[in-house]
Ligand binder design. Structure first.
Ligand SMILES: Cc1cc2nc3c(=O)[nH]c(=O)nc-3n(C[C@H](O)[C@H](O)[C@H](O)COP(=O)(O)O)c2cc1C
Length: 359
């Protein structure tokens, strides 16, 4: 039996295999109200019928100014919660777990969609003032306003409320987006946090915002729902956040009630060299798993079934996350089972006549 198709349990839920669909922004809430629609249902739904163990919804804003673009999904009001419900119901009906990545973009908010090639949306065109740990702009973007101590406290409550809303929307698993240069990462990294209050300075202080979010969420969502944290384990910068820092913060998160760490990298600053290649972030996942007693996932240019299986066989990585390969092929997990010679019982009946010939 291939490890890729072994079930894995975290708290009260079990994933039928170790192929999880990574969060991917769709920028497709066409009314710019954060309310998901048929696009999200079909996109996430087809990856659930495609055999993934877990399907994670895109970076979903915890409040309006936390959206990367005006077209992002949100989960701060009832209309948004209601719109998510058929999506989570369908994912569940296909035997997959549904997860949501909760996010606040911080100083990388209020931009145009990735495919339009422009940066900040001006206030006159429906953009908004961004907020951050710092008042320093991300290169090419409008400068953010530095959050006050009181505003940070208020934000923690809004993150927690978003987790409660996610449970109401039917999600099985919640992930906190603390990676890719967005708000939580802006607090974590010394490159973007020179605060002099209790949310800046030492590593413990820079991690305080995240830890308060984890503690608040765990208290609010109870013991059954897994809480994941996605980190950028390195800024690829000599003065930035490192894999050692990441591991220490992950241990703090673990004590605060987080369960699994989704290890990515980069996104905070421009002009750094990233060693992109097949499985290039796997060594970071491995390093975190050696330092932290918790399951970890690996993501980044994992595109082939044998490659995914080899990662699980030769490292301590527990989960494989797939992003772009699943855009090319929503049924990748079904194909991977056939390539690894694994019999699975969740090929959709409606598609049975299209089943790969068994070898
Ligand atoms: C279209 C697209 C949207 C993405 N949106 C998000 C996101 O919302 N949150 C996030 O943490 N990463 C996001 N990512 C990064 C992916 O989750 C993943 O980490 C990255 O693409 C590397 O994995 P891959 O090589 O399998 O694509 C996005 C990637 C793509 C291609």
């Amino acid at each position: 039996m291939a490890k890729l198709f072994e079930p894995i349990s975290v708290r009260g839920v079990t994933s039928r295999n170790r192929i999880w669909i990574a969060p991917m922004c769709m920028y497709s809430c066409e009314n710019k109200d954060g309310v998901v629609n048929n696009w999200h249902l079909v996109h996430l739904g087809s990856r659930a019928s495609g055999g993934a163990g877990l399907v994670m919804a895109e970076a979903t804003a915890i409040r309006p100014d936390g959206r990367i673009t005006p077209w992002d999904a949100g989960i701060w009001n009832e209309e948004q919660i209601k719109a998510w419900q058929p999506v989570t119901e369908f994912i569940r009906s296909q035997g997959a777990l549904s997860a949501i990545q909760l996010a606040h973009a911080g100083r990388k908010a209020s931009t145009y969609r990735a495919w339009s090639g422009e940066n900040s949306v001006p206030l006159s065109e429906g953009g908004w003032e961004s907020v951050s740990s710092t008042s320093e702009a991300f290169p090419g973007y409008a400068a953010p306003r530095e959050l006050s101590h009181e505003e940070i406290k208020e934000l923690v409550g809004q993150w927690v409320q978003a987790a409660v809303n996610s449970v109401k929307a039917g999600f099985d698993v919640i992930e906190i987006h603390a990676a890719h240069g967005y708000l939580v990462h802006q607090f974590l990294s010394p490159l973007t946090n020179q605060r002099t209050d209790e949310y800046g300075g030492s590593k413990e202080n820079r991690a305080r915002f995240l830890i308060e979010i984890v503690q608040g969420m765990r208290k609010a969502i109870g013991e059954e729902i897994p809480l994941l944290v996605r980190f950028s384990a390195t800024d690829y910068h000599p003065d930035g956040f490192t894999v050692e820092d990441c591991s220490e913060v992950a241990i703090m998160c673990r004590e605060a009630g987080a369960d699994l760490f989704d290890i990515s990298s980069g996104g905070l600053v421009m002009g750094v060299k990233i060693p992109v290649g097949p499985g290039y972030q796997v060594p970071l996942s491995q390093e975190v798993s050696e330092r932290v007693e918790a399951p970890v996932s690996a993501v980044g240019l994992i595109t082939d079934a044998k490659q995914a299986e080899e990662i699980l066989q030769t490292t301590d990585v527990d989960i494989i996350m797939i992003a772009r390969q699943s855009l090319r092929d929503p049924y990748w997990p079904l194909r991977a089972a056939s390539e690894l010679g694994v019999e699975i019982d969740y090929w959709p009946n409606q598609y049975a006549r299209g089943k790969y010939p068994t070898n």
